[in-house]
Design a protein around this ligand. Sequence first.
Ligand SMILES: [Zn+2]
Length: 440
Amino acid sequence: MQHGCFRPEIETASRDELTALQNKRLVNTVKHCYENVPYYKRAMNEKGVSPADVHSVEDLWKLPFLSKEDLRLAYPDGMLAVPKRDVVRIHSTSGTTGKRVIAYYTQADLDMWDDCCARALAAAGATPDDVVQICYGFGLFTGGAGINGGSHKLGSMTIPMSSGNTDRQIQFLIDMQATVIACTPSYAAYLAEVVTERGLQNKLHLKSGIFGAEAWSGEMRRDIEEKLGLEAFNIYGLTEMSGPGVAFECGAHCGSHIQEDNFIAEIIDPDTGEVLPDGSEGELVFTTINKQASPLIRYRTHDICTLNREKCACGRTHVRMGKILGRSDDMLIVKGVNVFPSQIEAVLISRGCSSNYEIIVTRENNSDVLDINVEMTPEMFSDKLSSLSAMEKDIVATLKSVLGIYAKVHLVAPTTLSRSEGKAVRVVDKRGLYEKTGRN
Ligand SMILES: [Zn+2]
């Protein structure tokens, strides 16, 4: 189904108009960063580029990349580009893999973010006549606050439920006659299952769902749509860039439109950093061109996807990003938590295990399950069964404190794990969240 634009003049602007706006905003952003954030000044000086060298989007490649590690090292306010008295709110990443990244917002930044989310809601068919139930978490996490602001701006009746408490969620969906729901796809799948089990499907009034903050498969989408009786729409965003609403799916369901008046997207080769032509598979890199407090220049997302600038059936002209095909680093997202295999390996080795291990992620009842098989060393293999069981428990507890989530640990006999090129296959993701990609 096709739905209206919240800002038709900008969402359907011609390519020339968009480029002119991007050029102007990019030049201002680069100058703003250089003058107000010592990090950017240093990074640009090191690369031998100054604001005077950047006149348009064509010059973007001259600028240095920014990584999440750079943002972590700047904790808490090393990247802040405005005086603190101009900041009206902060949000933050979960910080499970290290220091948190703090995102700062001026009032203008919040207005821009609300606008992004209002556009996403409108594209999913929401109007002032709709009731939007938000089951994303509220708090430092950006999911709840972002959709809440967008829904207010659009003029829909907003229910700020936050996450969890499924009985209450279902009660409000029914009693408030919610027509639009926003949450993570895994929570939507869980709700769908509970609603089906209880035979409540015909009591719901849902027409659209806005789902994001995790990867989800086509199969999951069809399941949610069928059981909740709604049309599903993807929403994409990162806390570092403001939150949800950086890109959103329209009724044509052919990728997600990146809001190009606020964000410039590039696709790069993750190994060389070279900018790739449209249509190529590579790492998504963003530059924010309409943010005051926490502007980002060439931020590497590590998300692998493609860009499509062909005309969309919905009439919007903004570039579309395809489905996320994978990650350019080896990060896994398990139960919403970022997990790096290197963290697991460090724990295993510190407990005297071999470096041959296997991380298996599956999904049972819409919840992620993390299993770790690790080969014992020959010395461990000769130990008593009771001491091995104590060791397994110790590894589980250590992993819990390092990762923040529970993992099942299985000690297996030496050389029993399957190998490729002599090494155990490290990660097996059986959730089917990513479609096949040329990259590993
Ligand atoms: Zn479209």
